[in-house]
Ligand binder design. Structure first.
Ligand SMILES: [Zn+2]
Length: 274
């Protein structure tokens, strides 16, 4: 992960940020690998969950979690303002850009999940300047995550049948393991796949017969839904539908897979893959 700033590196600026009323500053990047920075090219932003950092000189970015437990309620309230919304016509026509040309906010958001440029290319994630959305693709749909105040936060476009991949749902299967993780959102799916896991993203909590058929080919299914009422109810329904067909494990965490540190996630994936 060459493009990441480590937590300890970002921690050096913690003091600077906490003393200010502004949640966003620019400062010189100390020991910038691209050469001495005198033009304040390190961009720092204090968010509810931690500090986002991105250097416009060396191109490194990263995230330091300062709150161990982000307030679930606050997150939910923020996200309720027009949650995922489905659209008929494709709102994502026109040019898209690759990681290097993404604006700062989506770039930081992506990096904050410990995903990098290579991952963006692997999963086909691009920036759509016209809609100010980061396009998160799966084989059947494209989800546009809005930035710079664009609402709803997620706009989902289902591809017409002829443009769909071979799968009914979002699935990243590597083979090798007989275990599959079932998660809600796409970024969580990308992250689990990056850690070596087979994964199925519901892009929601609705579990259909198609999902059931896909899970049934695995010996072990790990259900990792969000720790909220919808996630808990969804997970219980899936458990019921799958038990008897394969080993079903309900994984409980206050953090979503995408919020879980990569190292921890790797350990979890390895444990269930074994
Ligand atoms: Zn730098």
């Amino acid at each position: 992960m060459k493009s990441l700033l480590s937590s300890s590196e970002i921690a050096k600026y913690k003091e600077t940020l906490s003393g200010l009323a502004m949640s966003q500053i620019k400062t010189n990047h100390l020991d910038c690998p691209a050469g001495t920075d005198t033009k304040q090219r390190l961009y720092l932003k204090q968010t509810h969950e931690g500090i986002l950092a991105y250097c416009h000189h060396c191109g490194k970015g990263g995230f330091l979690r300062t709150s161990r437990e982000p307030s679930r309620l606050e997150t939910l309230l923020a996200e309720k303002v027009g949650e995922a919304s489905k659209v008929k016509g494709n709102p994502f026509v026109g040019p898209t850009t690759q990681f290097k040309e993404w604006p700062t906010e989506p770039k930081l958001w992506w990096l904050s999940h410990e995903l990098n440029e290579e991952d963006a290319n692997t999963y086909g994630v691009t920036w759509h300047p016209d809609s100010h959305r980061l396009l998160l693709p799966s084989c059947i749909l494209v989800q546009g995550r809005g930035f710079y105040g664009r609402l709803p936060k997620y706009l989902t476009y289902h591809k017409p049948l002829e443009e769909r991949g071979p799968y009914i749902s979002v699935s990243l299967f590597d083979g090798g393991s007989t275990c599959v993780f079932v998660v809600e959102d796409l970024v969580s799916a990308y992250k689990i796949h990056k850690c070596g896991g087979n994964v199925l993203s519901l892009t929601g909590t609705k579990f259909t017969d198609a999902h059931l058929n896909m899970c049934a080919i695995f010996e072990r299914v790990v259900l990792w839904t969000d720790d909220d009422p919808a996630g808990i109810v969804g997970s219980a329904a899936m458990y019921k539908a799958l038990s008897g067909l394969c080993e079903v494990i309900t994984f409980r965490s206050t953090l979503e897979p995408k919020e879980t540190e990569l190292e921890t996630l790797k350990t979890i994936v390895e444990r269930y893959n074994a």
